[in-house]
Design a protein around this ligand. Structure first.
Ligand SMILES: C=CC1=C(C)c2cc3[nH]c(cc4nc(cc5[nH]c(cc1n2)c(C)c5CCC(=O)O)C(CCC(=O)O)=C4C)c(C)c3C=C
Ligand SMILES: [Fe+2]
Ligand SMILES: [Fe+2]
Length: 341
């Protein structure tokens, strides 16, 4: 029977308080996060991980000292393995997790995969929208580490996958079902931000976030108005906007209540459980918001797991092994800058 390894890519997070500084160092020394020459980048990474350690630890303390991202990703990996076992006939499918900045690192998981010796490997980012800072960074880490000879196919992005959209829509519908006055609410689709420079250089992430939101709103068919905003800004560069915190304050001051949807995070972690649920909830209270509804991330929602399974099937049906360093046709469709290139 054919053996298929599905490697789920995610960012990773500190498992306990002492991991926070080395985790941050790993993140900021990535050339896809900070595009500076090697020596300067490592210097900046040391500096930021040192200055950010204490405030970041304080935030991780709200979640018991570490990030739940690994446990959430493990639950997704188990659900996907069970789904694939039912839907992919004539193959033994095993899921693996490769984190970019903390254990289990992509590089270590690659060794585990090599030991299992699959016939095919599917690389599956837990990022529906492609960015060089996330998906490409993980792909390149895999390519540098993998020395085997299996057919390797990478899923690039799936911002408009029907099952992913359905999962989002159903979660929003459940959260807004008791709203009697849609005009008194605004849906804020909040995605992780990026430096403006990254988008200007041709990253399709923002265009793909917009594509996801357009499809969700078309399916949702709601009278509630909506806006896309970007959270988690770090560092001195100008980031894409509008910023989620400013948007919350403006929405509150305009007299509206808030439905907050994390649209680029597929699990719960520091950016949702602390930033959205504690810091931004506080801002909303201050701005006079009386109803602040936070829609959960898709997590192990069966339709999101079907979306992942769907992407695995498409990858297995691809005749050529593909681990390109650049964005796929969907990325080109979404990003005018890529089209011109
Ligand atoms: C320049 C810095 C950063 C860029 C660019 C960036 C892009 C980016 N990140 C995610 C998803 C996640 N990021 C998470 C944590 C996190 N991200 C940064 C910085 C950048 N991210 C930092 C410094 C941190 C650590 C927390 C903090 O100090 O604020 C996480 C959560 C991990 C966890 O531990 O729970 C996720 C997930 C995306 C999708 C993205 C680009 C599109
Ligand atoms: Fe991040
Ligand atoms: Fe893509």
């Amino acid at each position: 029977m054919k053996k298929v390894a599905v490697l789920l890519f995610n960012l990773g997070g500190p498992l306990e308080s002492k991991d926070v500084k080395p985790f941050l160092y790993n993140l900021f020394k990535d050339k896809y996060i900070i595009s500076l020459p090697f020596g300067l980048r490592h210097f900046v990474a040391r500096l930021i991980s040192t200055t950010r350690e204490k405030p970041a630890q304080a935030n991780y303390n709200f979640m018991g000292g570490g990030s739940p991202i690994l446990a959430q990703t493990q639950a997704q990996a188990e659900a996907l393995a069970a789904h694939c076992q039912k839907t992919i006939k004539g193959a033994e499918v095993k899921t693996f997790i490769g984190m970019r900045y903390w254990h289990p690192f992509v590089e270590d998981t690659v060794k585990e995969i090599e030991t299992w010796a699959p016939d095919e490997i599917v690389l599956l980012p837990l990022y529906p929208q492609f960015s060089k800072t996330t998906t490409l960074s993980s792909l390149v880490a895999f390519k540098a580490a993998y020395k085997g000879r299996a057919k390797v196919t990478a899923v690039c992005c799936y911002p408009e996958n029907d099952f992913f959209i359905k999962a989002q829509v159903d979660l929003i519908r459940a959260a807004i079902k008791d709203i009697k006055n849609p005009n008194g609410y605004r849906i804020l689709f909040s995605a992780h931000g990026l430096p403006e420079k990254v988008i200007q250089e041709g990253d399709p992430y923002k265009a793909q976030v917009e594509a996801t939101v357009a499809k969700v709103m078309a399916e949702l068919n709601s009278d509630i108005d909506h806006v896309i905003c970007y959270q988690s800004r770090v560092g001195p560069l100008k980031w894409i906007g509008p910023a989620t915190d400013d948007t919350i304050t403006q929405t509150g001051k305009s007299g509206k209540n808030i439905v907050l949807v994390p649209i680029a995070f597929v699990s719960e972690h520091i950016e949702t459980l602390v930033e959205l649920d504690i810091e931004y909830k506080h801002l909303a209270d201050e701005a006079g918001v009386t109803d602040y509804i936070r829609v959960p991330a898709v997590g192990t929602n069966p339709d999101y797991i079907r979306a992942l399974g769907d992407q695995v099937l498409k990858a297995l049906a691809t005749t050529d092994a593909v681990i390109s360093d650049h964005a796929c046709a969907t990325c080109h469709k979404h990003c005018p800058k890529l089209k011109a290139a």
